[in-house]
Design a protein around this ligand. Structure first.
Ligand code: SF4
Length: 238
């Protein structure tokens, strides 16, 4: 696949398309080769509803890092039941987690950016690469205004790190649009959102934010904003 050429053509094709049209295209034209990766965040819950409306059998995956909130597991169960979709759960390699925590400590991520990136690599990036095996297109819920690391997001991008197309159907949506859609469609969402957590990842790396703070201020709050990506969406992998 000539990735960058195809991405350019698809961005032109989808210039005025709705998220549902973009999703529908990939589920049909890349049938069996498209995967949706959900973190069960607000944006991903929107996409789960859109995808389920089109194809209940779409290939969906999530990552269980072993450090998630109880509320996230509850939402995973509820979402699968409500939309009758199968969300395939990928886990990190046990031996790598054991080696990492025994060498660097159980909460190594607070000690340095390198340690945090190592933990994200083992608990998130490597399991996601297994999920991407044999896949050509990855649907995800990135939005431009989520953070400084995502302002240049396009509807379709080439993901060099995973050698596949990354599809961002709601890349132009604002946070308000996401929540209007969730409320209007009675979509289940993580109860932590009601307790001041706009962006939710692993429990030790996520905190509530104060009114007016950036939506990603509660993620890895001890790091500089430019560093705050887990490796799944880093710019060098676009
Ligand atoms: S978010 Fe935190 S606990 Fe989760 S994988 Fe990354 S560093 Fe590890």
């Amino acid at each position: 696949m000539e990735g960058n050429k195809l991405v350019g053509e698809l961005n032109e094709k989808f210039r005025n398309s709705s998220p549902e049209e973009v999703i529908g295209y990939f589920l049909k034209d890349f049938e069996g080769k498209t995967i949706f990766g959900t973190s069960l965040g607000a944006e991903d819950q929107v996409l789960t509803k859109m995808i389920a409306d089109i194809d209940h059998g779409a290939y969906i995956f999530t990552l269980d890092t072993g450090r998630l909130f109880r509320e996230t597991y509850d939402l995973l169960k509820k979402t699968m039941e409500k939309y009758t979709v199968k969300i395939n759960i990928f886990f990190p390699d046990t031996s790598k987690v054991e080696e990492m925590v025994n060498k660097h400590g159980i909460n190594l991520f607070y000690d340095s950016v390198e340690n945090r990136e190592l933990c994200c690599q083992i608990r998130k990036v490597e399991p996601s690469k297994r999920a991407f095996s044999g896949i050509d297109a990855w649907i995800c819920g990135l939005r431009r205004d989520q953070s400084v690391t995502r302002f240049a997001t396009q509807v379709v991008e080439w993901d060099d790190g995973n050698d596949l197309i990354k599809v961002n159907p709601i890349f132009k949506w604002t946070e308000n649009q996401v929540w209007e859609y969730i409320i209007k469609n009675n979509i289940p969402y993580n109860l932590l959102h009601d307790k001041g957590y706009p962006s939710i990842s692993c429990q030790p790396c996520t905190r509530a934010v104060k009114p007016g703070e950036d939506v990603r201020a509660g993620r890895w709050w001890w790091e500089e904003p430019e560093k705050k990506e887990c490796g799944l969406h880093s710019s060098k992998e676009k």
